[in-house]
Design a protein around this ligand. Sequence first.
Ligand code: KIV
Ligand code: ZN
Length: 520
Amino acid sequence: MRHIKIFDTTLRDGEQSPGVALSVPQKLEIAHGLARMGVDIIEAGFPITSQGDFDCVNRIAREVRGVNICGLARTHKKDIETAARALDVAESWRIHTFTSASDVHLKYMLKKTREEVLEISDEMVRYARTFCDDVEFSAQDVMRADFDYVIQLFNVAIEAGATTINIPDTTGYGTPLEYGRLIARIRDEVVRGRNVAISTHCHDDLGMAVANSLAAVENGATQVECTINGIGERAGNTSLEEIVMALYTRGDYYQAQTKINTKEIYRLSRMVSRHSGMVVQPNKAVVGDNAFAHEAGIHQDGVLKNKETYEIMNAELVGREAGVLVLGKHSGRAAFKKALEDLGYNLANPIADHGLTEESVNVLFARFKDIADRKGAIGSEELRALVETRDHAIPELFRLESIQVLSGTHVVPTATVTLETPQGPKQHASSGDGPVDAAYKAINHLAEVYPSLESYRIEAVTEGGEALGEVSIRARVGEIVYSGNGVSTDIVEASARAWLEVINASLANVGVKKEAITAI
Ligand code: KIV
Ligand code: ZN
């Protein structure tokens, strides 16, 4: 079996998804989760883009162990130096430098000739090698480039010292057979048995990213670049969970394997979905709500008799277990804590696990009791929502004590909110366009912080009328965007909790100012 390296770029290409902006604690938590899952390389960011990105890559490099940390850099000296400075505290690290291969990129973006790009690539790969022995070279848009030029460009990069060559189908234009053939040409005409890894990096514009990546593996690629839930520019990147499970389930065919602990997949998928605000479609392979649901009578009958009739992998394998655990209002703190541990939360490592500490377990236990009193039994999904909808590392300067709302068809919606504040309990009533708006105005008045709402999403944690409501929002204070989540049996209360998380995050300065560079 060949070992296929999993290069995760959720924090770099994934974060380039429209509307996604991850805060430093969110990125750290994802990076710890990726390391624990067993990815080989984490592309932590693009350090030249902003001081914020530099600091975040630097923190991940310093804190996340047992995995190679990589930073992106254009083929510019300044980018390469900055990436090296951000990364050199890591246990092991890589500089990933990139240019472009297609004529349309050369003419309109780089404004360089093919010869100039060859020369710069040669010089910059050599320069990157002066900082570290592990240098990856990419040329964007290979599938719309002249393949003879692509061969020439990657040859130059290897001669200059690149240890991994990455072949990006930046625009998602390639088809599996065509892309596979190009990888085979690169294997035979460029790598020629030398100790250089071929990497695949595909985008999903035509829905073929995973198929193209697998075609690359069949033709000699030993590294796959991918993101959790397939998030990324436009239609996204190759999805990590689909690649990993395809190689796991069809190891017989691909004769290749990864070192991913597949049981961590679902946890990471939910974490990335919550932090990025990008909902996973129900029919998404491996991690979608319906991925293991059987609806048709014939299917249900078959599965009841023997799961293998309609299942090629089982839910437990990817860390999903169907509500095995139920707690009630009589469950004690020890049972509650044990349930958290059974769900995989590691209280010994707060950064990697939603900031969970003994103290936050006490706060959570009180909330659990409150919800169990109102609702009765609480299952694993609801417990997960309770834990994951709050960033326990953010101090709760303002905490919800109580909320009452008056709303209806012929009344002015009014909310009366009582908060525990640093100066003691305070109460205020406001009116608004609706009960949520009224609650937000009352909270703003009490906290003296006035965020503007950018996005608001509500969904039920489980099915049925008894379900908890989960609210996820993004709001801006000045130039910084903050995210907040709240969960409750009452959707106005869940909305208020999400808003308070935004306010507390803004006071703790845990937000994101997303900057982008516009030229390569
Ligand atoms: O899609 C792409 O070409 C990229 C490169 C920077 C590798 O993301
Ligand atoms: Zn990309």
